[in-house]
Write a protein that binds this ligand. Structure first.
Ligand code: PLP
Length: 392
């Protein structure tokens, strides 16, 4: 039997694989499970996007390999979108590379930039691919705690000088998964200044930028003056346009970095299915007003979750963006034990905070990706269980 390469030790199976197996066995035993764990949009994209896919797939000449760099019209569509939405100018020929969803780009960027022993600055709690990509490349992860009292922003001044000197990449992600926090332009300006001072690459993961409520307009990091000198932004249609399964995103910003990732990708994948790229163009250039109605659906669910959790003694803030509610546990539970007990006792599945790092201990993440009546039912079950326990 061959053993795997040493670097494979950094790739434990993802938590959701074991959770899904447990849920399947509960369902097989007849249990009704409400999944508020994963962050996958449950609603479809707008009809004009699906039409563009179908129309393109019907053509006889859209089925072959495509150039890695994608159609010119796709990169122009991303550039126009950034001008329209954020006032950011990008050169479609040098500053934009299409991705097969942002996850592969996030993972691959570390392979392109991190040497063994380099430090990668990663938010804790945070999206686990920043850490996994860094470790797989042989890098060392330095966790930047995201604390409630600091608005779930990393304290940039608390990073030791020694660490900054060896830092190769810093990851930021706002609106944030899992805490649902947003960042201000001032914070982004501080991060850009730090990257300029210490010469590390600043990577902003903007997966949730278009999911916002109550008039919130989360900024792009690339709006920051000077950002393109030291930074890139990952964007994706997964959450913004309900297209998670379509795998369509982009890396935007610094031309050297987009070039390096492009070179890596020409060796690792073979472009995308043209109809998906053409539908992505339709998503970026077409009517965007449907997103407002979609966000209103999430807002209603958010309000019910907040109301339900507070009635059950959770401490929660009302998020102004993202697909999540980040809830502090009311008792002295560990996150893993709480999520497991909740699933077994109520059939409601939430994500333990520690899936996102040690900094997530004492929290669970609740996704707003189930219909309102299921959200209400979940809140009823949680309330019944929590209040019943009090009486035990
Ligand atoms: C913070 C964050 N970044 C990136 C992704 C990856 O999204 P995709 O690969 O679908 O573009 C996710 C998915 O859940 C996420 O939560």
């Amino acid at each position: 039997m061959q053993t795997t390469a040493d670097r494979m030790t950094h790739l434990a199976p993802h938590f959701f694989a074991s959770l899904s197996a447990r849920i399947r066995s509960l369902q097989a035993a007849g249990r009704d499970i409400i999944r508020l764990d994963e962050g996958a949009p449950d609603l479809p994209p707008a009809p004009h996007i699906i039409e563009a896919l179908v129309h393109s797939a019907r053509q006889p000449n859209t089925h072959s390999y495509q150039p890695h760099i994608g159609p010119d019209a796709l990169r122009r569509a991303w550039a126009d979108y950034y001008i329209r939405e954020y006032g950011v100018e990008l050169d479609p020929n040098t500053e934009i590379v299409p991705l097969l969803g942002s996850k592969e780009g996030i993972f691959h960027l570390s392979q392109a930039y991190v040497n063994p022993g380099d430090i990668v600055l990663v938010p804790d709690p945070g999206y686990i691919t920043y850490t996994r990509g860094a470790l797989f490349a042989g890098g060392e992860v330095y966790s930047m705690p995201l604390r409630r009292e600091n608005g779930y922003l990393p304290d940039l001044r608390a990073i030791p000088m020694e660490v900054l000197r060896r830092a190769r990449l810093m990851w930021l992600n706002y609106p944030n998964n899992p805490t649902a926090a947003t960042a201000s332009r001032e914070f982004f300006a501080q991060a850009v200044a730090l990257a300029l001072e210490h010469g590390f690459l600043l990577c902003h993961d903007a997966a949730y930028m278009q999911v916002a409520f109550d008039g919130e307009r989360p900024p792009s990091l690339l709006e920051t003056p000077g950002a393109k000198g030291v930074a890139v932004e990952f964007n994706t249609l997964s959450k913004s346009h309900n297209m998670a399964g379509w795998r369509s995103g982009a890396l935007l910003g610094n031309a050297q970095v987009t070039r390096a990732l492009f070179t890596l990708k020409t060796n690792a994948d073979s472009g995308h299915f043209l109809p998906i790229w053409e539908a992505s163009i339709a998503a970026l250039t077409g009517d965007q007003t449907w997103l407002k109605a979609r966000n209103e659906v999430y807002r209603q669910r958010r309000d019910r979750v907040i109301e339900g959790l507070r009635a059950s003694d959770f401490i929660v803030e009302t998020p102004r963006a993202s697909l999540y509610v980040w809830a502090a546990l009311p008792e002295n539970w560990s996150s893993m034990d709480f999520a497991a007990a909740l699933l077994e006792n109520t059939g409601v599945s939430v994500t333990p905070g520690t899936v996102f790092g040690r900094g997530g201990e004492g929290y669970v993440r609740i996704s707003l990706t189930a219909p309102l009546e299921r959200v209400d039912e979940a809140m009823r079950r949680i309330h019944g269980w929590m209040m019943g326990k009090d009486k035990e």
